[in-house]
Write a protein that binds this ligand. Structure first.
Ligand SMILES: [Zn+2]
Length: 57
């Protein structure tokens, strides 16, 4: 199956583009946003991971 077909059905081949720290109002890092891009079609995907379980947006 070619990557074009995989992209068509949503199976993108993501590579990490950028990681951004998420801070709470006190300046402590509570998680990160991981921005990735498909190497084939260029679709951007954003994942938010919280490392502090007490903190939610
Ligand atoms: Zn893709």
């Amino acid at each position: 199956m070619s990557q074009d077909v995989k992209c068509f059905i949503g199976l993108h081949k993501y590579e990490v583009l950028e990681k951004k720290d998420i801070k709470n109002p006190y300046g402590a890092i509570v998680g990160m946003t991981i921005i990735s891009r498909c190497t084939n079609c260029g679709k951007i995907h954003e994942d938010t991971v919280y490392t502090d379980n007490n903190y939610r947006r």
